[in-house]
Design a protein around this ligand. Structure first.
Ligand SMILES: *Cc1c(COP(=O)(O)O)cnc(C)c1O
Length: 396
């Protein structure tokens, strides 16, 4: 067999404005390349402790069990399901997009009996529908819901649904993959029982870890459940012994990824959470003003728009794949196409973490205008950027 020639690796930086990953902060990439330590080395242990403290800050919680699970956001989802449900348990899962659908799949595979509460794509789940499902299924152990549905761009209000679940004695599992670090996740304020996230969205860190926070009541359930957690790798009753004072080996921590997360969280602390949430809101407002000035229609009603991810309908007749390819090839900008029912119909524009800035918004609007005009869409030149700039001036 002839020897295959291995081409030079030629990665070049692109502006990642899709549903994730987003661009990591350069400081985070530098942290990633620091010398690897042993996973029980005292120097590493102090980095672990600092990282969990910082995670508690970002999750706005005092929960002791607040750690990064090894794996991407989906590992966080799987950890939430397999630790809180035993085979045969009932789970009420809210579905308003792809990630709610995924939670149903994960819970079904874990042997749970799943009751769905559906909402139409682009709208939030209606608390009244949750109330009905809870009433009809009082034996259910958990309610699962996505806080920031990245497939639709909806920010799901959680207050009422948390109250309904808790009054019925059910735990609330919350997917905060696209909200943590960009939008407030009210963990202690609403007593959310198990919340998971991912590093590559609003935390501006590469993909690879799933920060989770679990309240004490849920942790004690996990430690005392009747059946063993079906996943050895994601069993939090064992993982907790490594992150807690015992430092008991379970699996080798992804040491360098934890440096990266540690740096990403420091950056968030330096900026301040509230300032960061405000920044995500302002930049989305500017983006939305620009898109609307260009004649584009937003998918989600203003009160439910997710600041970190904006969904916009494509203009009639625009070739989705060709236009996105042009944006990527000519401008080095990635935006996301629609998923599921939205395939070919919408774009998903992420302004996450480090990428949620004025220069990024203005760059994207300019590039989009060029692509749309080239593709034959009638867009008056310059209006998008002009409207966005008005939003920034008004905010000064
Ligand atoms: C991205 C995402 C996930 C999955 O995370 P991965 O890192 O791709 O495994 C889960 N839920 C939501 C809402 C997401 O946006």
């Amino acid at each position: 067999m002839p020897e295959r020639e291995i081409a030079q690796r030629a990665t070049r930086a692109k502006l990642l404005l899709g549903p994730g990953p987003s661009n990591p902060d350069p400081r985070v990439l530098r942290a990633l390349s620091e010398p690897t330590l042993g996973h029980l080395d005292p120097d590493f242990v102090s980095i672990m402790d600092e990282t969990t403290d910082l995670l508690r800050y970002v999750f706005t919680t005092k929960n002791r069990l607040t750690i990064p699970v090894s794996g991407t956001g989906s590992a966080g989802m799987e950890a939430a399901i397999v630790n809180t449900l035993e085979p045969g348990d009932t789970a009420i899962i809210c579905v308003a997009g792809v990630f709610g659908e995924r939670m149903v799949d994960v819970a079904t595979r874990a042997g749970a009996r799943v009751v769905r509460v559906d909402a139409s794509w682009g709208a939030p789940v209606d608390p009244d529908d949750v109330r009905k499902a809870v009433k009809l299924n009082p034996q259910a152990k958990v309610v699962g819901i996505v806080h920031a549905e990245t497939s639709t761009g909806v920010l799901q209000p959680l207050d009422e649904i948390a109250r309904i679940a808790h009054e019925a004695g059910m735990r609330l599992i919350v997917d905060a993959v696209t909200s943590l670090g960009g939008v407030k996740v009210p963990v202690d304020e609403l007593g959310l029982d198990f919340v998971y996230s991912g590093t590559q969205k609003c935390l501006s860190c590469p993909p690879g870890l799933a920060p989770v926070t679990v309240n004490d009541d849920t942790l004690s359930f996990i430690k005392n459940r009747k059946t063993k957690c079906q996943s050895w790798y994601l069993d939090l009753s064992m993982i907790e012994r490594y992150w807690g004072s015992e430092r008991f080996y379970h699996h080798t921590a992804p040491v360098n990824m934890i440096y990266a997360l540690n740096e990403a969280l420091r950056i968030i602390k330096e900026e301040g959470l509230e300032a960061r949430w405000r920044r995500h809101c302002l930049n989305q407002q500017a983006l939305v003003a620009g898109l609307e000035a260009m004649g584009l229609k937003l998918v989600v009603q203003p009160e439910y728009r997710l600041p970190s991810l904006t969904t916009v309908f494509l203009p009639e007749g625009l070739d989705d794949v060709r236009a996105r390819k042009k944006l990527l090839d000519e401008f080095g900008i990635e935006v996301g196409g629609g998923l599921g029912k939205f395939k070919g119909k919408v774009w998903r524009i992420g302004l996450m973490g480090t990428n949620s800035t004025k220069p990024v918004v203005l760059t994207l609007l300019t590039a989009m205008e060029c692509v749309l005009v080239e593709e034959g869409v009638k867009v008056p030149r310059g209006v998008g950027v002009a409207r966005a700039l008005e939003v920034y001036s008004a905010a000064e």
